[in-house]
Design a protein around this ligand. Structure first.
Ligand code: FES
Ligand SMILES: [Fe+2]
Length: 406
């Protein structure tokens, strides 16, 4: 691609259209993305049950960086850059594991789990280990969810933390365990991956299985946009929602709808008539989680930002993270959570728990890579969003707004 002037590109964006080609794959734009957008976010790295005991760790890869997420002896979870303070070698090479100390494989400098340098062999007598701890990465925990930020001044979640805590707690997210995890490195720019996830215009043609589980798609299939569409279809769907809300109130379960900055928001909605959970046939796939004592057939969506989401049914939850690696590679990870006391084989079968999103994310990887391939063509030009892609319009506006802060 020819060299690009990013401000010119930002200023020449046509409202209501997709972005211009360099935003979806130019390495210079990706550098600016990192500095202006990605470093300012809190990224969901995973669930605390990935590191249950002292020394358990996993690597979180993002934007060319590797972060070691490790449980310390004090029980706290730490985040360190995987960069030795001696000559810069990677310290951990396996993606996950358990270690009593973090020993660099090169010259064996040895770090404590909290990142402090314990020992540097054969260094001069006057060498002090004190100033050579591993570089710390910002970390914060939210009811069992681990978030990290690469920047010095990450934007807070603007009230979302407090607002969503009640729902994370009701769903028992802190007291959950991982039933299954799926890694889908996707050969596409992070914005195409995000844009695919936030619209359901493609659901009917691309996701027959997902569409068979979700009743709101009846409305979309009838041609309706967000808040618009054929009156009869809208009225029918609204009636369904109101009936469900009355049942939920009677059970004393929470209902929510809220929007925050940076793509964050929350909503609870019914899955479809007769469906207790988001499964192939709507029947339960595990034991009830958190404070649920009976099924209400709802699903709680929390968007922490445009890149990280939670979709929680009554008996399981799915975490989604879309993590930019480079301009043409995005790591897509889904983590299915069930109650910590549920027994595999007796209470749940990971395949049944993960069926809907396993098949859907596999399809998404293919359509997104197809999208990327076409966008890289010399004939690609920005195209108009449909009414059902209103979220994409918000997203591109937000994204360009971040770049205008240059
Ligand atoms: S680079 Fe790590 S000990 Fe030398
Ligand atoms: Fe999709």
């Amino acid at each position: 691609m020819p060299e690009v002037n990013i401000q010119d590109l930002v200023n020449s964006h046509v409202a209501g259209h997709t972005l211009q080609q360099p935003f979806y794959g130019d390495p210079d734009v990706f550098s600016v993305d990192r500095e202006r957008v990605l470093d300012r976010l809190w990224h969901l790295a995973g669930h605390v049950s990935r590191v249950p005991a002292a020394g358990d760790y996993f690597l979180f890869r993002i934007c060319g960086e590797e972060i070691i997420i490790v449980r310390g002896r004090d029980g706290d979870i730490h985040a360190h850059y995987n960069v030795c303070r001696h000559r810069g070698s990677r310290i951990c090479s396996d993606s996950e594991g358990s270690k009593s100390a973090l020993v660099c494989p090169y010259h064996a400098w040895t770090y404590n789990l909290d990142g402090s340098l314990r020992n540097a062999r054969l260094m001069p007598e006057d060498f002090s280990t004190a100033g050579y701890g591993l570089h710390a990465c910002r970390i914060k925990l939210l009811d069992g969810l681990i978030f990290v930020s690469l920047g010095d001044e990450p934007e807070e979640l603007d009230g979302l933390d407090d607002a969503c805590r009640e729902y994370l707690s009701f769903h028992g997210i802190e007291n959950a365990k991982i039933a299954r995890r799926l890694d889908l490195p996707t050969g596409a720019n992070w914005k195409l991956v995000v844009e695919n996830f936030i619209e359901c215009y493609h659901c009917t043609p691309s996701h027959p299985e997902y569409s068979s589980v979700h009743s709101e798609l009846k409305l979309l299939a009838a041609g309706a946009g967000l808040g618009s569409g054929p009156d009869a279809a809208c009225r029918e769907y609204e009636k369904e929602i109101e009936t469900w809300k009355a049942q939920v109130r009677a059970l004393g379960h929470p209902l929510t709808e809220g929007e925050f900055d940076n793509g964050a928001g929350m909503v609870r909605m019914p899955i479809r008539d007769g469906f207790l959970t988001e499964s192939r046939d709507g029947r339960p796939v595990s034991t009830l989680m958190g404070k649920f004592r009976e099924y209400d057939g709802g699903i709680t969506y929390i968007a922490f930002n445009y890149l990280n989401y939670l979709a929680a049914s009554n008996d399981h939850a799915v975490l989604f993270r879309f993590t930019p690696i480079s301009e043409l590679l995005t790591d897509v990870e889904a983590t299915w959570l069930v109650d910590a006391d549920a027994q595999e084989g007796t209470d749940y079968d990971p395949e049944r728990v993960s069926w809907v999103w396993d098949v859907t994310l596999g399809q998404d990887a293919i359509i997104t890579e197809n999208n990327q391939a076409g966008v890289l063509s010399g004939r690609y030009r920005p195209g108009p969003y449909s009414e059902q892609e209103a979220m994409n319009n918000y997203f591109t506006r937000w994204y360009l707004g971040c770049l205008r802060r240059l």
